[in-house]
Unconditional design. Structure first.
Length: 66
C-alpha cells in the first residue's frame, strides 16, 4: 500500500493512498473538514493531472506510476 501525503498549510492536507492496483482513497482536509473518496485510476486522473499549491507542483501522473 502506497501513501502520499502533502501538508499544505496549517491543518490543510491532501492524502492519496493506493489500496489495490486500481483503487485509491483520496482524503482532502481543508479548514478542519475532511472529505474522503474512493476512486479508480481513471477517476483520479480526471480530477487533474497536475495540482499547483503555493509554490509546489504535485503531479498526479507521477503518483500513479507503479
Amino acid at each position: 500500500m502506497k501513501t502520499v501525503n502533502f501538508q499544505l498549510d496549517g491543518m490543510n492536507s491532501l492524502e492519496i493512498t493506493q489500496i489495490e492496483e486500481n483503487l485509491f482513497e483520496v482524503r482532502v482536509a481543508l479548514d478542519g473538514k475532511i472529505s474522503m473518496n474512493y476512486m479508480n485510476r481513471e477517476q483520479l486522473k480526471q480530477i487533474g493531472s497536475t495540482y499547483y499549491i503555493e509554490n509546489s507542483q504535485i503531479c498526479i501522473d507521477n503518483l500513479l506510476k507503479n
